[in-house]
Design a binder for this molecule. Sequence first.
Ligand code: GRF
Length: 192
Amino acid sequence: MEKYPGKKNIAVLLSGRGSNLKSLINYSKKKNSFFEIKLVISNNINAGGLAIANKSKIKNYYVKYSTKRNFENQSLKLIKKHKIDLICLAGFMKILSRNFIKKFSKTILNIHPSLLPKYKGLNTHIRVIKNKEKYSGATVHIVNEKLDAGKIIIQERIKILKSYKEKTLEKKILKIEHKIYPKAITKLLIND
Ligand code: GRF
């Protein structure tokens, strides 16, 4: 029996560059992928991710963050309209409310550039280097109402060499992110 007659619809929420979006789009085009990126929403009108979505002919919207409530209500309308099965945060710089998470009711994933539960929040690489950590990496986790705190789906680490600066680490970890995000989504959909 075929478990997935069709691909699952994903919405990506982002605030910036959109390199993770790009990698998800590329992966989704593979014949055996379980998902399709149907919708991109950004709170930042200048987000590179919106341009990437445009180029790939994916429905994309700038939703003004006048208040959390307005942004979330408008986004939820779009998410409903596009029959979204899974939301992926990819560089989305706002914290979703408990109300949003409850109303969507399906899974929301996030990618974070550290080995969670270590180094939640911003500026992870610089803090990691300052603390002379031996390893860092990236984590895909389920979103709950606490910052970077939900159940971990996939995590991958790299060894930090003495020569690494913040930018080196960012570049190396971004590469990992692009690899593990589609993997984590697939893992989740298969076990659904
Ligand atoms: C990534 O490092 C992601 O882990 C973090 O924000 C960054 C977004 O990068 N949450 P991009 O916009 O996907 O290029």
